[in-house]
Design a protein around this ligand. Structure first.
Ligand code: HEM
Length: 211
């Protein structure tokens, strides 16, 4: 069957971008499905308890959050005291806006920043911690500090489960007459300009989908 996935918010944005990028580099789909076969098998759907054992899929979600944040800027904040950050003096009362795009795509931090490459996370937090937070702010996922997202663990679980179930449940391929998924983004929201449209073939025993 051919399915259309459209972004409505953060977890959907990350899963839609990850799946789109992976369709253009199908060896990544194979790798993710091998991990799911090994950790979960094909006789049950992936569960929350599996998440710590799915580093490759988690790395794909982290990479999606890095390269495709759901908005170009973080919410604005006001500094409550004078501070020096990376050599810059920021006086008390300044409006502070962090560019999620410039952090996640900074070539001084990320080699070949426009390439979707989950491997870059595999020796770091994707292996070590269960949540997708990036506390060094090399990109912004849930942000950090007092006003950081309080829903990090829930957001991680929802996002990883969403992508893992899409990958476990179906073998994905391009729709007829399409050679490459279009990765153009909307100018303001950074959501995909055109919703992902792809072919999904069930790959689990029929009874598993009824649970
Ligand atoms: C993948 C999913 C999610 C992502 C990527 C995400 C990301 C973020 C980011 C970047 C912020 C702004 C932090 C800042 O201003 O420095 C934020 C704030 C917030 N998030 Fe999330 N979030 C997610 C899921 C959730 C969930 C599931 C909940 C609640 C159950 C939640 C509740 C909140 C709240 C209440 C704030 C405002 C915090 C404050 O201003 O004190 N988020 N989130």
């Amino acid at each position: 069957m051919d399915l259309q996935l459209a972004t409505v918010d953060n977890p959907f944005n990350s899963a839609e971008w990850a799946l789109s990028e992976m369709l253009n580099q199908p060896d990544m789909l194979t790798k993710a499905q091998e991990e799911l076969n090994r950790v979960v098998g094909i006789h049950m759907l992936v569960q929350e308890s599996h998440i710590p054992h799915l580093p490759y899929i988690k790395a794909c979600v982290r990479e999606s959050l890095r390269l495709h944040p759901a908005a170009p800027f973080n919410l604005p904040h006001v500094s409550c005291a004078d501070a020096i950050v990376a050599g810059y003096f920021i006086p008390e009362g300044s409006s502070v806006l962090l560019s999620r795009l410039d952090l996640g795509r900074n070539p001084k931090v990320w080699e070949n920043p426009f390439r979707f490459d989950p491997k870059r996370h595999l020796n770091g937090p994707a292996n070590e911690h269960v949540d997708l937070g990036e506390h060094e702010l090399r990109f912004i996922s849930f942000s950090t500090g007092r006003r950081g997202c309080p829903g990090g663990t829930l957001g991680t679980n929802i996002t990883v489960m969403l992508l893992a179930r899409l990958l476990q449940g179906f073998t994905w391929s391009m729709p007829p007459k399409v050679d490459e998924i279009d990765l153009t983004e909307q100018a303001q929201s950074l959501f995909k300009l055109n919703a992902l449209y792809a072919h999904a073939k069930p790959r689990l025993p029929a009874a598993v989908y009824l649970i």
